[in-house]
Write a protein that binds this ligand. Sequence first.
Ligand code: NDP
Length: 605
Amino acid sequence: MTGVDTPDQLRERYRHERDKRLRPDGNDQYIQPVGRFAHYLDDVWAEVAPREPLVDEVTFAFIGGGFAGLVVSARVSQVVGKAVDEALGEAVDDIRIIEKGGDFGGTWYWNRYPGAMCDTTSFVYMPLLEETGHMPSEKYAHGPEILDHARRIGHHYGLYDSAVLSTEVTSLDWDDNAKRWIISTNRGDAIRARFVAIGAGPLHRPKLPGIVGIETYGGHSFHTSRWDYGYTGGDPAGAPMTNLADKRVGIIGTGATAVQCIPHLARSSGELTVFQRTPSSVDVRNNAATDAEWFAALRDGWQQEWLENFTTLQTGGFVDEDLTMDGWTDLAQRIRDKAIENGDFTPEGLTKAYHDSDDEKMVELRARVDQVVNDPVTAESLKAWYRQLCKRPCFHDEYLQAFNRPNVTLVNTDGRGVERIDETGVWANGEHHELDVIIYASGFEVGTDYARRCGFETTGRDGRTLTKHWADGMISLHGIHMHGFPNLFLVGPNQGANLISNVPHNFVERAQTIAAVLTHALDVDATEVEVTAEAEAAWVKLLEDGGRTFGNDPDCTPGYYNNEGQLASTEGRRNFLGFPDGPMAYFAYIDQWRSTGRFEGLEFR
Ligand code: NDP
């Protein structure tokens, strides 16, 4: 490779690194945890108690008990519960969350690997802090505290009362005669619901690398989302994993999860071997305990202000004060400063400002590796050669340091990945590594079919499935309503704000929108709420014309942000479309849409 002193040389280096990693099988390089791999999905956190199947009816059911389900159900219970009570004479607890895990928490229920913490500050990441009166203990709270917060929301809003846990939905079917959804589950339930919302989580289904011989491994193994403390010792709060002291531990993958758990593994393992295909970019974390006095002085409405402040900055907007002050907002500030310096606010000028400030940032991040990591060869291998937002940016103050320990070895496969697994270990770069345990930090399905990722099919009016409806990619109004699927609401970032950096912000907004639509439906005594085909098509056209999506930089290294580098399909692009003028503009638009009371595009029958 030539030097990387000029922007053109840097671009060439980025392309070179990307090309090394592009592979024709894209998402298909991964295997699903089914069949002989199904045990990788077992719930290691819950004993499933037997119960009789439920055959009953609720007004509002939410599929998924993570922050999406909790925030939306909390809002619905507040706003709609009363109306339901008055209109139908039904109980306010007529809201049921159906959750696969043994408790609420979603991603925080499953992902209890040591070192798990939120990546955007707790003050914007943890929803409903003001309402529940919780003060996050740290700027970036750790997993157990976030899981407790999910439970706190559940208790605060009475959502446990009628929740159904350790229950996996197997199908969702619209009964057009009864005007009810029928929710079937793996516990034999047939729950009828007048309204249903789905928040299955964008990164919900673990995937395994399709490495030749993976099934032949004779040692112990697990996926990071089902951490086996029975094997490792320790606990999610970070107690030393004493059982690993005499073990040869291998971890495959160096994404955001691995960056957080590797420092813990490094401290506890006899030997730790990290198999890297592509390094993550790792900026400083600077975590800190929350100052209780400062927190107590925050004025009412502070969390909404923080959410908007963060999102505005993070998506290229202007604010007087950066409340968050971290690596996320730093990049945005730099782009703004660069645009001011260049005096060019045209789209081309802003793109140039983004490129220039990103180039500077990445130079600093690569220099940080040299400052922290003692061995020059290891340091070189840990440097990320792509734009910071090509992959999930990482922030950690102990990750790079872990590679200075004598018991930690980095196996840099230079984009090729692990070659093969056999009964006793892993082959990489032509060498065999004997291992007692392999930990798969290999991520979650993103680019596969919605029904596959959800785990169930949704069938609307006239037997039309969501898979069929979305055969050419996702179509919806606002990312919430689909024509032919009355009384059904989706909760996620897609085709709405599409805010990826702080996903719960999308939920806070969706909760308000869904609550407003439900309130109106109950007010006018509508049996069905449905988007018209025209409104759905017009929304998708608006988004397509705007062309705002994420992760479609052709220079980016492959990963789930860019569908493993396979960018071209219309379907793929549709799934990740967002409002043309960005998240803050979407939030303003949808606030106006729901406030008029006209709910344009929806029919209330
Ligand atoms: P990722 O998909 O980010 O990482 C998977 C890793 O596995 C990559 O490093 C990938 O390499 C590697 N890999 C895949 N196949 C092979 C192979 N054959 N050989 C070697 N390596 C291989 O998954 P994560 O679980 O780390 O993160 C997923 C997402 O979850 C994050 O992006 C983030 O959105 C979220 N997350 C959020 C956190 C938070 O907010 N606190 C914390 C952790 C995760 P390659 O890069 O080359 O594809």
